[in-house]
Design a protein around this ligand. Structure first.
Ligand code: 4AD
Ligand code: MG
Length: 432
């Protein structure tokens, strides 16, 4: 019977069977007649024990000189071994070397960030990046499940667009035959159209901001998940954002605990993320900041410093609602109780991470929307389709956007968003 080809993460199902694993050399050590090979296959790492007696002098000799990241397949018998890092080992019968790697630039010694970023295509193979990006995948999967199970329809919104969503200062412009196009900053405006067609919808895709920001929270290209719901209010989407975040955190704790622990994440901090979350108005937040000695002023938006302070105050994410009209986008619905405040919410992640969600209720009145477009100097022609939504059965509606990378940075407790996406696009980096 031919040995079955398996992945490392399936090994527990194949104890005492002959299996083949195909991977790359992560590390190795030798004790004369035996070599211990750490084989990495993308799902995990397993120790393969190779004896000269089993594979013969020639192969054994080749293995001795084998470089880090050389590719090879090994076949042997799997058995449980408590001393082994993953709990299993492979007693190797045959080895096939696929390619001998050139000297690998990323060695077990410490490298600087600039060097690692330049070698991002290889850095992805490290255990740390592996753990982070598997958590990213789990977070995305949890988001999709969350909305799918609640009856939302996924409707993808365009990346090439004729108009701005979040202000004209951070638009990436690109020629579009005889016109100009802009890379989408958010799928929201299109979500508003699909919500009127499908009731409750979400979009999940890359979004772009040409922000000259070089902070630990900013990327030029990031992925956003955005729900939009017809007939929903600010209150509805505040609850929805709370449920979404608790669901994501629970899922990662259940399914990616090993990865969290390998990143030395204090999981008790994540276990504390349970409903209800604290809520405060923008005005209350300003007072809280002033009480802590920060020069916050009513009327100004919060910057990174203010967000860090506010989000270090509580163990849970915090919902800050009703910001001044002047600091928010053109489409925000005014608060009926305070005409210079809008029905919006920002969710700040704890432990100093700051904003992960922004959203709110949208203007549904035709005249008000037209006035706002004018006040913001936005080209009304490009927005005609959007204005139309207020002409044909306009209803109150609301939604939000959550940046995946910021959530990954918080859940993994990373210093910077650059490690949360396989190939980050940053102010001074487009390579690789
Ligand atoms: O607060 P923002 O700008 O809101 C919107 O774009 C709304 N139109 C979304 C909606 O209501 N459908 O962005 C939403 C989220 C932020 O809270 C943050 O998590 C993330 O997107 N984000 C960024 N993430 C990384 N790098 C950047 N430069 C980001 N800008 C925003
Ligand atoms: Mg925002």
């Amino acid at each position: 019977m031919n040995p079955v080809v398996i992945y490392v993460e399936e090994i527990s199902k194949y104890v005492d069977a002959e299996v083949t694993i195909r991977g790359w050399l992560h590390n190795k050590r030798s004790s004369g007649k035996i070599q211990f090979i750490q084989l990495r296959d993308g799902t995990g790492i397993i120790q393969a024990v190779v004896s000269k007696a089993a594979v013969g002098d020639e192969i054994f000799g080749q293995l001795e000189g084998l470089t880090q990241e050389s590719s090879l397949t090994v076949t042997g018998k799997a058995h449980a071994d408590k001393r082994s890092p993953g709990g299993y080992e492979l007693d190797v019968a045959t080895v096939q070397i696929v390619q001998i790697a050139e000297p690998y630039p990323i060695t077990p010694k410490e490298h600087g960030v600039a060097f690692l970023m330049k070698h991002r295509h290889l850095w992805l193979r490290s255990q740390r990046q592996h753990a982070i990006l598997r958590i990213r995948h789990e977070i995305i999967r949890a988001c999709r499940d969350f909305f799918d199970q609640r009856g939302y329809t996924l409707l993808d919104t365009p990346i090439l667009t004729p108009n701005a969503c979040e202000g004209t200062s951070s638009l990436f412009e690109t020629p579009y035959f005889d016109e100009k196009a802009y890379l989408s900053q958010s799928g929201q405006l299109y979500n508003e159209a699909t919500a009127a067609a499908f009731g409750k919808v979400y979009t999940f895709g890359p979004t772009f901001r040409a922000e000259k920001s070089k902070t630990r929270r900013h990327l030029m290209e990031f992925w956003m998940i955005e729900p939009e719901i017809a007939y929903a209010t600010l209150e509805d989407i505040m609850s929805l954002s709370e449920s979404l975040i608790t669901c994501i955190v629970q899922r990662v704790l259940e399914s990616r605990r090993t990865e969290l622990l390998s990143l030395e994440r204090d999981v008790s901090k994540l276990e504390a993320v349970q409903s209800p979350f604290p809520r405060m108005t923008y005005d209350e937040a300003v007072l809280a900041l002033q009480a802590r000695g920060l020069p916050a002023q009513v009327g100004n938006d919060f910057g990174g410093d203010e967000e860090t302070v506010l989000s270090s105050t509580y163990e849970k994410p915090i919902l800050i609602h009703r910001y001044p009209t002047s600091v928010k986008a053109f489409y925000m619905q005014p608060d009926p109780d305070q005409s210079d405040r809008v029905l919006c919410v920002d969710v700040l992640a704890p432990e100093g991470y700051g904003e992960i969600i922004g959203g709110g209720q949208r203007i549904h009145d035709l005249d008000l929307l037209c006035r706002r477009l004018q006040q913001h100097n936005l080209p009304i022609e490009a927005f005609q389709w959007y204005v139309d939504l207020r002409r044909y059965g306009s209803v109150p509606h609301a939604g939000f956007g959550m940046g995946i990378e910021r959530v990954v940075a918080w859940i993994c407790k990373l210093d910077h968003v650059r490690e949360t996406i396989p190939f980050p696009r940053m102010l001074y980096r487009l390579y690789p």
